[in-house]
Design a protein around this ligand. Structure first.
Ligand code: SF4
Length: 368
């Protein structure tokens, strides 16, 4: 049996925060503070907790939370002028070692500053939302799948309007760029799609073969040359440059000729993720592309029969779990099994998180 050493420093503060830290009743400038939802842990680069919900003097604020041992850690770590910290709504510290009553950010916002009580203070009972009790005796799978289908239909509706103006294949290409961009580079990659739409990309490339993939990748890099791409915090394989290269390879596979038509590999009933595999696009990314690009366009532009499209969605495995859903997956899976093993359920959980969890809206949640 392994025994985990107790967390120390900021890690211990984070543990206390997510376990229901008994927050001070007022922030440093005197406003009344109430924590409605501590947010979800956000590993990697950026604030410690995302999508928290707090009240200040009765006014609701939703956003991120940053935790430090001392208030001076904010500036020492360079957060004061880092855009990734512009959504922080609460800075929680164990000691306010400065004179300021709020934490300044370069965006002009004065972030409320709260001093956590000493670690010996009794914590609140662990946060256990109503869905944990529901999932203990009722499977959340049907509700998650229903929400996942709702989310897919919303994506399809957006794709339908777009495809009516441009045709399905150019929209598939633009959504593939958006998907591979990830959250931080979504706007920059959308600009790449505007600068270099699919017909223009196909005009740039030679005949099928390896040279075609390289020519596509070079054209995509050129279109992105002066755009502000975010590189820090991700895996090397997820860097914007590698993503553009991967899209060059995928485009060469899907469009071997000059016509910007719906790709042949996606025309039949075969596995969608298999048709989307290319160098730099692993199994998880292929499922992401299926969920966010192929199925929305196919459904929105009515390329396939609706029930067949939805069935293909239901049959997809989930890609790697998202950090923002880790707590929710734990609550829903407390009775055993992996509630987010299918892509449809994972999409449903994202819908649930956006509409309810991140708003502290347990009372109106379908799983409560
Ligand atoms: S909003 Fe619903 S799913 Fe989210 S934590 Fe509350 S009860 Fe659970």
């Amino acid at each position: 049996m392994s025994v985990l050493a107790p967390a120390r420093g900021e890690a211990a503060l984070a543990e206390r925060w997510f376990a229901g830290l008994r927050a001070p009743s007022r922030v440093e400038d005197g406003r009344r503070l109430r924590i409605r939802f501590p947010g979800v842990p956000a590993p990697g680069y950026g604030p410690d907790a995302r999508d928290a919900v707090i009240e200040l003097d009765g006014a609701e604020l939703c956003g991120d939370v940053e935790l430090h041992l001392r208030a001076s850690g904010w500036r020492a770590h360079g957060h004061h002028d880092d855009p990734a910290y512009a959504r922080v709504v609460l800075h929680v510290v164990e000691e306010n070692d400065g004179a300021a009553l709020v934490t300044p950010h370069a965006s002009g916002r004065a972030i409320p500053l709260a001093v956590a009580p000493p670690a010996a203070a009794p914590p609140l009972p662990g946060f256990s939302p109503p869905c944990a009790a529901t999932a203990a005796h009722t499977s959340p799978a049907p509700a998650l799948e229903r929400l996942g289908l709702e989310r897919l239909r919303a994506k399809a509706s957006r794709a339908a309007n777009w495809a009516a103006a441009r045709g399905p294949a150019p929209v598939l290409y633009a959504l593939a760029l958006e998907t591979l961009a990830g959250r931080r580079n979504r706007e920059a990659f959308a600009e790449v799609a505007r600068r270099l739409p699919l017909p223009a990309l196909l005009d740039r490339a030679p005949a099928p073969g390896e040279a075609r993939a390289a020519a596509f990748a070079a054209a995509l890099h050129e279109a992105a040359r002066d755009l502000p791409l975010v590189r820090h915090g991700g895996r090397p394989a997820a860097s914007p440059e590698r993503r553009l290269e991967a899209l060059g390879g995928l485009a060469a596979r899907l469009w071997p000729g000059p016509a910007p038509a719906w790709p042949e590999p996606l025309a039949g009933p075969g596995s969608i993720p298999r048709a989307l595999r290319a160098p730099g696009i692993g199994a998880g990314a292929a499922v992401e592309l299926a969920v966010n690009a192929v199925l929305p366009v196919a459904l929105g532009a009515r390329l396939w029969q609706e029930e067949a499209t939805l069935e293909r969605f239901r049959s997809l495995p989930a890609p790697a779990p998202y950090g923002q859903l880790r707590s929710l997956a734990g609550w829903l899976g407390a009775a055993g099994g992996d509630p987010l093993a299918r892509a449809a359920a994972l999409q449903g959980a994202l819908q649930l998180h956006a509409r309810h969890c991140s708003r502290g809206n347990c009372g109106a949640c379908p799983l409560s």
